[in-house]
Write a protein that binds this ligand. Structure first.
Ligand code: NZQ
Ligand code: ZN
Length: 386
C-alpha cells in the first residue's frame, strides 16, 4: 500500500429531512450566497421551495444562477463569477447533480482569480483560493458532493477537462435520497454506470497490497448491481436510492483510492465523447467500459479480473481466464439490462474525430494506467466500441 494523506473535510448530512440543516449551517459561513441550479428539475420536485425556505428562515439573502447545463459550460461559470463579483456574494450553494455542483466549484474559485476561469480548468494549480461551496445533491452519480473535482466544457473548442483540488471540496453537503425519486430511469442508469466506473478506475490497479481498498470497491460494485435495477423499477424505493447515493460519494471521495495509484483510463476516453458529442457522461462510460476491459485483459491483469468475477459476480466455476471473460460479459449485460446503449453508433457517434479524440485522451495520463495505453490503443478501443 502506498503512503497517503487522508483528507475528506466535507461534512455530510444524510437522510430524510436533512434539509433542515442547510440554513443554520450555511448561516455560519455566509449570509449572502449564489444559488446555482440546473434546468428546472428542482422546481418540479419541490426542492427549490424548501431551499428558499431555509434561506429565508435563517436570514440568508441570495442571487440565482439557473440553467446550468448537463456537461456544464465555461460560459455558465463566467456568468456566475460576474454575479458573485457584482453582488458581493460570499458562498456558492449548488442544488442539483454533478453538473451544477461542478459549475458552482469553479464559480467559487474563479471569483477569487484574476484571470479567466477557463485557465483554472486547464491548470488546477491556478486554483489557490475559493469561496466556500455547499451542495444539496439530487442525483447519485458523480460524487462531486464529496470531492474537489469539477469537469467543465468549452464546446466551442470541443474541450472538456477535469480540474479542482482540496480547496474546491464542498464544506458540507445535504444528501437526502428522497430528492432522487424524480430522477429518470435513464439518468439513474447513467449515474450507476458512473459510480461503477469511478470504482473500476480505482479497482483496476496493479497494487496487490491495497487489499482493503479492493474489498471496499467490490462492496460498492455489488451495491450498484443490487440496487440500480430496484431504483429503476421502483423510483421511490428509499433503500435503493439511499444505497446508490452513498455509493456515489464513497466511490470518489478518496476512501477507495488512497494507498493505491493508477491513472484513470475510461474517463479520459469518455470526456472526449462528451466534448465532441455532448452526450450523457454515464452513457459513454457504460459503452466504453466493457471494450476497455476486453482490451486490457492480459497475462499481467488477469488476476484482477478473476477477483472481480469471483468477488463481485460470484462466479465459482472455470479457469481465471474464463472467469475474467465471463465477468466482462456480465458487466456488458448489466449495463444493457439497465437500458443503456452498448455501441457508440447507437448514440450517433462515428469515427470522424477518433484521431484527435484518441490523442487528447491519451495525453491525459493514460500512459500511467492499469495498462499503459497510447493514442493508437485508444483509437482501437473506440473502433471496437463502434
Ligand atoms: O438540470 P436539471 O433540470 O436539474 O436536470 C438534470 C439533468 O437534466 C437531471 N436531474 C438531476 N437531478 C434530478 C434530475 N431530474 C429529475 N430529478 C432530479 N432529482 O439529470 C440531468 C443530468 O444532470 P447532471 O448534473 O448533468 O448529471 P450528473 O450528476 O451525472 O453530472 C454529470 C457531469 O459531472 C461530470 C460529468 O463529466 C458531467 O459533466 N463529472 C464530475 C465528476 C466530479 N465532479 O467528480 C466526476 C465524474 O466522473 C464526471 O466526469
Ligand atoms: Zn465519472
Amino acid at each position: 500500500m502506498l503512503n497517503f494523506h487522508y483528507n475528506i473535510p466535507t461534512e455530510i448530512y444524510f437522510g430524510k429531512g436533512q434539509i433542515e440543516n442547510l440554513g443554520p449551517n450555511l448561516k455560519k459561513i455566509s449570509d449572502h450566497v449564489l444559488l446555482v441550479y440546473g434546468g428546472g428539475s428542482i422546481k418540479k420536485n419541490g426542492l427549490y421551495d424548501k431551499v428558499i425556505e431555509q434561506l429565508g428562515a435563517n436570514g440568508i439573502s441570495y442571487c440565482e444562477l439557473a440553467g446550468v447545463e448537463p456537461n456544464p459550460r465555461i460560459e455558465s461559470v463566467r456568468k456566475g463569477v460576474e454575479i458573485v463579483r457584482a453582488n458581493g456574494i460570499t458562498a456558492v450553494l449548488a442544488v442539483g447533480g454533478g453538473s451544477t455542483i461542478d459549475c458552482a466549484k469553479i464559480i467559487a474559485s474563479g471569483s477569487c482569480y484574476d484571470g479567466d476561469p477557463w485557465e483554472q480548468v486547464l491548470d488546477k494549480s491556478k486554483i489557490t483560493k475559493a469561496l466556500p461551496v455547499v451542495s444539496v445533491l439530487t442525483l447519485a452519480a458523480t460524487g462531486s458532493e464529496m470531492d474537489g473535482f469539477a469537469v467543465i466544457s468549452d464546446l466551442q473548442k470541443n474541450e472538456k477537462w477535469g480540474t479542482g483540488n482540496d480547496i474546491t471540496k464542498p464544506v458540507f453537503s445535504i444528501l437526502d435520497p428522497e430528492y432522487t425519486y424524480s430522477v429518470s430511469a435513464k439518468q439513474t442508469a447513467a449515474g450507476t454506470a458512473d459510480i461503477m466506473s469511478h470504482t473500476f478506475e480505482n479497482y483496476f490497479n496493479q497494487d496487490k497490497g491495497a487489499f482493503l481498498q479492493a474489498r471496499f470497491c467490490e462492496g460498492i460494485l455489488k451495491t450498484c448491481i443490487k440496487y440500480a435495477p430496484i431504483a429503476i423499477a421502483e423510483p421511490e424505493n428509499y433503500e435503493a436510492r439511499a444505497n446508490l447515493m452513498w455509493s456515489s460519494s464513497m466511490a470518489i471521495n478518496g476512501v477507495v483510492s488512497y494507498g493505491e495509484g493508477a491513472a484513470w483510463a475510461v474517463h479520459p476516453m469518455e470526456h472526449e465523447l462528451s466534448a465532441f458529442y455532448d452526450i450523457t457522461h454515464g452513457v459513454g462510460l457504460a459503452i466504453l467500459t466493457p471494450y476497455w476491459m476486453d482490451y486490457v485483459l492480459n497475462d499481467d491483469t488477469r488476476w484482477r479480473f478473476a477477483e472481480y468475477g469471483k468477488n463481485v459476480w460470484e462466479i465459482t466455476q472455470g479457469s481465471d481466464e474464463e472467469i475474467a471473460r465471463e465477468a466482462i460479459q456480465k458487466t456488458r449485460d448489466f449495463f444493457r439490462s439497465l437500458g443503456l446503449p452498448s455501441r457508440l453508433s447507437e448514440i450517433g457517434i462515428t469515427d470522424e474525430h477518433f484521431d484527435v479524440m484518441a490523442k487528447k485522451a491519451a495525453d491525459g495520463g493514460m500512459a500511467y494506467g492499469f495498462v499503459p495505453l497510447d493514442a493508437e490503443d485508444v483509437k482501437k478501443i473506440f473502433r471496437n466500441a463502434l
